[in-house]
Design a protein around this ligand. Structure first.
Ligand code: PLP
Length: 396
């Protein structure tokens, strides 16, 4: 297989260099501990980069969402609003805590949740809305924050696709109660395949996230000569400490070796995103005259992180439907095309909860027509040219 095809087969993902290699070796030689100094440094750097007070590193984007919802005290029977066009993790976080998920349809310009439809979906049981900055482009945060403030509900931003993205000059993930990031291998930066982060300005939310991340462990200490050696108490010189558990928690800690890689990746995020934007501009220019394709737009006040490059295929005009396009691109040209996403209300999990086709027409149109093109920063101009020419040639 040629180099070009190889690059395009590995659809998305990470670009590691010598810096990450050195960071891994340094931590490895230090016995590769679990969550330690490197995690704390990564958190500090991530909070600084985004301009928030706090950041807590976790195992992945799914646990980031889950912990954020625990932190806002989401309980069985509460309702959470989100989009049907996202990865299952966005919906399974509230659902697995016993909450009801209320989907709101998407807008067809950006494919994000239609902020103008959110208010109608709010009831007295609604506790939070989870806007997903899909493919790296910001949701309409002014509208979403105004509605959330009016109804006193939390906004938990799913920023899995949008590390480094901005809305009106402000970093995504910093608008709501918490912002949840993923460093999975396909994301804009990665921490060895899996990883996540939560950012917040709220001290209480941060404390709760930190507690539940680590089995709700608290260590208490007293400084006295006369403390008795009761159960669970250990003397350290003249100071005694003991461990307690506030509640039943989880282990969602990241390892130091991953965090050390994260520190190096974060230094590169703006350059990596810039390359993604350039790749997007190249593809858009190459495909602009192809009939039947709707190419992505970028709202002028958004800084798009271009996690993915979405394209809608009108089967009649293009002469081929989405499924045939994906099949032929792979078999004729060796290019793997993605489909993000199949609307969540089609899934067995949500069908079993009463959802059915026909409820969210825009999401369903996307499900029928949308494909995603390889855009990761490793793509060479030669590979991108091959991609564009292959798309033009695929119908013949
Ligand atoms: C929109 C969205 N939210 C959340 C997640 C969950 O992230 P992770 O895979 O790190 O658990 C993903 C992962 O693909 C995602 O795409």
């Amino acid at each position: 297989m040629s180099k070009i095809k190889y690059d395009l087969e590995i659809k998305f993902g990470t670009s590691y260099g010598k810096e990450e290699e050195d960071a891994v070796l340094k931590v490895l030689r230090n016995n590769a501990p679990t969550s330690g100094d490197e995690c704390i440094r990564f958190e500090k750097d991530f909070a600084e980069y985004n301009g928030t007070k706090y950041a807590r590193v976790v195992t992945n984007g799914s646990s980031a969402l889950f912990l954020s919802l625990i932190a806002i005290d989401l309980k069985p029977g509460d309702h959470v609003i989100t989009t049907p066009i996202t990865w299952m993790a966005t919906a399974s976080a509230p659902a697995s805590l016993g909450a009801h998920v209320d989907f709101v349809d998407i807008e067809l310009e950006t494919y994000n949740i239609d902020s103008t439809q959110i208010e109608a979906a709010i009831t007295e049981k609604t506790k939070a809305v989870i806007p997903v900055h899909l493919y790296g482009q910001a949701c309409e945060m002014d509208t979403i924050m105004a509605i959330a403030n009016k109804h006193k509900i939390h906004v938990i931003e799913d920023t899995a696709h949008a590390t480094g993205g901005e809305y009106k000059g402000k970093k995504l993930g910093t608008f709501g109660t918490a912002g949840c990031f993923s460093f999975h291998e396909q994301k804009n930066i990665s921490t060895l395949g899996e990883g996540g982060m939560i950012i917040t300005d709220d001290e209480k939310i941060f404390e709760k996230i930190s507690l539940y991340r680590s089995q709700c462990t608290r260590v208490h200490g007293v400084s006295t000569k006369y403390c008795k050696l009761d159960e669970g108490k250990f003397p350290i010189g003249k100071k005694f400490w003991w461990q307690d558990f506030d509640d039943f928690g989880y282990n969602f800690r990241m390892t130091d070796i991953q965090a050390a890689v994260g520190i190096e990746q974060l230094k590169k995020i703006d350059a990596l995103n810039q390359k993604r934007m350039e790749n997007a501009a190249y593809i858009s220019d190459g495909l602009k005259d192809v009939p039947g394709l709707t190419l992505p737009i970028q709202r002028p006040y958004n800084k798009h992180a271009y996690h993915l490059y979405p394209v809608m295929i009108d089967a009649k005009e293009f002469g081929m439907n989405k499924e045939d396009f994906i099949y032929d691109m792979l078999h004729k040209f060796g290019i793997k095309i993605g489909f993000h996403y199949i609307p969540l209300h089609y899934s067995t999990a949500f069908k079993n909860r009463g959802f059915k086709k026909g409820q969210f027409p825009n999401a369903e149109k996307l499900g029928d027509q949308l494909v995603t093109l390889p855009i990761n920063p490793r793509q060479t101009e030669e590979a991108l040219a091959y991609l564009v020419e292959s798309i033009k040639a695929v119908r013949s």
